[in-house]
Write a protein that binds this ligand. Structure first.
Ligand code: PPE
Length: 304
């Protein structure tokens, strides 16, 4: 069970056991939800939400792609997220706002179904395990591709997209890997089931661009800024699969995954095991999210 006490639903904080929806809600049948994953970090100045504004903005963008009006302003949702964190007395954890088509009638056309919004928050540690952050994970290139351009839009963080993620993750797990990396419809590298990806080659960082069927990650954006500040060149470009086998370093980024190094791809060890760039980025990132970086003031929202 998810250990949380109060969940925000359509403007009210309700008890965990009361945060239910009807089985005939549109979202249950057609995947019509838009959501975010946001981290809450412990800092010396109290709990802080990482890049709250950017996450809420992306939530509204995801809904907009599907012609869905969220019946609140971005500011109201930001405040509701802060309220939910405080109502659960959290010091650190994970926040999940979700807007979805609720209960009215069934049929693919969602327009008559209400747009409901819920926000939950709970204490949560490392996504792929504490060890993963230090040792790195073993990944495979998935046999499943990400949806082609103009099929399911990858820039929307929509519930339905996560069926693709589940195929990738289940296959990887079944084959004994911690994660799978999917290619896009052209065969270029796209992303993990829930993470963006960076390759390091000759001290340069390379990551797939917006048209590679990957989410426009907020952690990815953060890493680009941190890397540039450290003086590294960063390029967004198409990445052929085999670059994963010959690069010097490889890491995944995401709210849940944070900065997770990759140890091997398809059992081929990544580089020589030297992680100079990955470690430098991890240090900056964890300084940033815990309030110890010059960008912390800009990116953290303190909840108290
Ligand atoms: N790609 C996908 C498909 C994705 O789901 C995420 C976040 C990212 C990239 C990285 O985006 P960002 O968090 O803005 O840096 N995945 C969220 C959900 C994971 C889950 O298991 O649920 C997350 O990391 O919170």
């Amino acid at each position: 069970m998810i250990n949380t006490q109060k969940i925000w639903m359509n403007g009210k904080l309700v008890a965990h056991d009361e945060a239910n929806i009807h089985v005939l809600s549109h979202v249950v049948h057609y995947g019509s939800s838009f959501f975010e994953g946001i981290r809450l970090y412990k800092t010396e100045k109290g709990p802080a939400i990482f890049r709250l504004k950017e996450h809420v903005k992306r939530l509204f963008q995801s809904a907009k792609i599907y012609r869905t009006d969220i019946p609140y302003t971005e500011e109201q949702i930001e405040q509701a997220i802060i309220d939910t964190v405080n109502a659960n007395n959290l010091e650190q954890g994970y926040i999940r706002p979700i807007a979805y088509r609720g209960y009215f009638e069934l049929g693919v056309n969602p327009v008559n179904c209400p747009v409901d919004v819920a926000i939950a928050a709970w204490a949560w540690g490392a996504y792929l395990g504490e060890e993963a952050l230090n040792k790195g994970i073993r990944v495979q290139v998935s046999s499943w591709r990400r949806p082609a351009l103009n099929t399911l839009p990858s820039l929307a963080k929509a519930g339905g997209n996560y069926l693709s993620s589940q195929l990738i993750r289940l296959e990887a797990q079944n084959n004994g890997y911690e994660e799978g990396i999917a290619l896009d419809y052209l065969g270029n590298v796209s992303e993990g089931s829930g993470e963006n990806l960076f390759v390091v080659m000759d001290n340069k960082l390379i990551t797939p661009g917006l048209a590679s069927s990957a989410l426009a990650g907020i952690t990815k954006d953060t890493v680009i800024k941190l890397a540039q500040k450290l003086g590294y060149e960063v390029v967004e470009q198409a990445i052929p699969r085999e670059l994963l086998y010959i690069c010097d370093e490889l890491f995944l980024t995401g709210t849940a995954a944070e900065i997770t190094p990759v140890y091997s791809v398809d059992n081929i060890p990544v580089g020589k095991g030297n992680r100079t760039v990955t470690k430098a980025i991890q240090k900056e990132f964890f300084d940033l999210v815990t309030g110890k970086h010059e960008l912390s003031a800009q990116y953290l929202t303190y909840t108290k």
